[in-house]
Design a protein around this ligand. Structure first.
Ligand code: URA
Length: 211
């Protein structure tokens, strides 16, 4: 896979839904519904270049050779907690995917990402992973999550978000140039609190209604 790929997902339906999500007056219910719909569309784009294999099947009329996705089931790796917002929509499109979770918090003294939870399926060496984290902001948690996932030696890793920014992409690809990023938007930058601007606010709070 070539290096430092950013796949900008420009489909009008994706862009339309993202605009609705960005609006500050969008309710929790609508935001959740939109992230569900949008993540199904992202899954469609992210899996576009997945390796395939030929298998022999029989239609009601005759045998034929037809194509299926190669290898063991895809892993959706959610970076807690906002990554969970992507899961249901992606599972609509990839219903047999396995689901892993990565929990990280930032140590207030060292500012380093500290792992508090990590669970992935078995046989990762034979699986393709899609890491789910809606906001690629500083890039620090994305880097830490992918660092940890790579320790399981998956066959490939892709990263999916709703909104990225130039700093986050730079930090992420400096460390993981081999991991393509799929995003509908690359916003202007970060504010002094590390939020993406214009962005959509705190994705976790908006998905779960915690603010
Ligand atoms: N996390 C969020 O939820 N939003 C941002 O803008 C940055 C990090």
């Amino acid at each position: 896979m070539s290096q430092r790929q950013v796949h900008l997902i420009t489909h009008p339906l994706v862009q339309h839904k993202l605009t609705l999500m960005r609006k500050k007056d969008t309710s929790t219910k609508s935001f959740r519904q939109l992230v569900h719909e949008l993540s199904a569309m992202l899954a469609y784009e992210i899996t576009r270049d997945m390796p395939m294999q030929d298998i022999e099947i029989e239609t009601p009329l005759e045998p034929m050779v037809s194509r299926v996705i190669d290898g063991k089931k895809v892993v959706l790796a959610s970076v807690l907690r906002a990554g969970n917002g992507f899961l249901d929509g992606m599972l609509d499109v990839i219903p047999s995917a396995r689901v892993g979770h990565v929990g990280l918090y930032r140590d207030p003294d060292t500012l380093q990402a500290v792992e508090y939870y990590f669970k992935m399926p078995q046989e990762m060496q034979e699986r393709d992973v899609i890491v789910l984290d809606p906001m690629l902001a500083t890039g620090n948690s994305a880097v830490a999550a992918v660092d940890r996932i790579k320790q399981t030696q998956p066959r490939s890793v892709r990263f999916a978000c709703l909104v990225a920014c130039p700093q986050g992409l730079q930090t992420f690809h400096d460390r993981h140039p081999d991991v393509p990023v799929y995003t509908p938007a690359v916003d202007r930058g970060l504010n002094s609190h590390g939020y993406i601007v214009p962005g959509l606010g705190d994705a976790g709070d908006r998905i779960f209604g915690t603010k």
